[in-house]
Design a protein. Structure first.
Length: 202
């Protein structure tokens, strides 16, 4: 039986278009989550669907897609709050998706350049990719992101001249890190299967 064609066929998409598609969709998903699903004080979300998109992109688009993910993350965070720490957070978003994909390919005995691509729709393959994403693909940003916020002073309480706390007490590093990981992990668990079943081979 002949194989069907993927709605998104990497062989027919130029590296430049893969980069632009990865970056633009990532930013759209990120802005939606930041506006609709943010947790106080706004540095993390209850669900980060962009993480699931990033992982799917890593399995299909390769290096151009990962560069697009990094740039999409940097653009999204810069739109919300221009700052130097957006760069390492964005780079981490791309690296963690790539690392999770490499772990998945190793666990399923595939190499980065394997052709045809691994059948992600198979339950064992999809389960392995979800596991790699929720562990390797969600942890790095949960460490780097809150660390950058801490270094920039955004997790420090603000006091007025009388020593009274201004606004709510910000979450500590560990709390922020857990929220960040949970949002990424849930985003992978929700968005990755959607991408696989909507965009993979029929």
């Amino acid at each position: 039986m002949a194989r069907g064609r993927d709605p998104v066929d990497v062989l027919t998409i130029s590296p430049r278009l893969r980069f632009l598609l990865a970056a633009s969709v990532y930013m759209i998903l990120a802005r939606f989550a930041a506006e609709a699903l943010a947790l106080p004080p706004g540095y993390s979300t209850s669900l980060w669907p962009a993480a699931g998109w990033a992982l799917w992109v890593a399995t299909k688009f390769g290096i151009p897609g990962l560069l697009g993910i990094a740039c999409g993350s940097i653009a999204n965070n810069t739109y919300a709050d221009p700052s130097w720490f957006n760069v390492p957070i964005g780079v981490c978003a791309g690296l963690q998706a790539g690392a999770a994909t490499l772990l998945w390919r190793a666990a399923t005995a595939y190499t980065w350049s394997a052709k045809p691509a691994p059948p992600i729709k198979e339950p064992m393959c999809l389960g392995a990719l979800l596991f790699a994403g929720i562990t390797t693909g969600a942890v790095p940003c949960a460490v780097v992101g809150p660390s950058m916020l801490k270094l920039s002073g955004k997790l420090d309480p603000v006091f007025d001249s009388y020593g009274a706390l201004v606004g709510a007490l910000p979450p500590n590093w560990a709390h922020q890190s857990f929220n960040w990981w949970f949002g990424d992990a849930l985003g992978i668990a929700v968005m990755l299967p959607l991408c696989v079943f909507l965009l993979e081979e029929k």
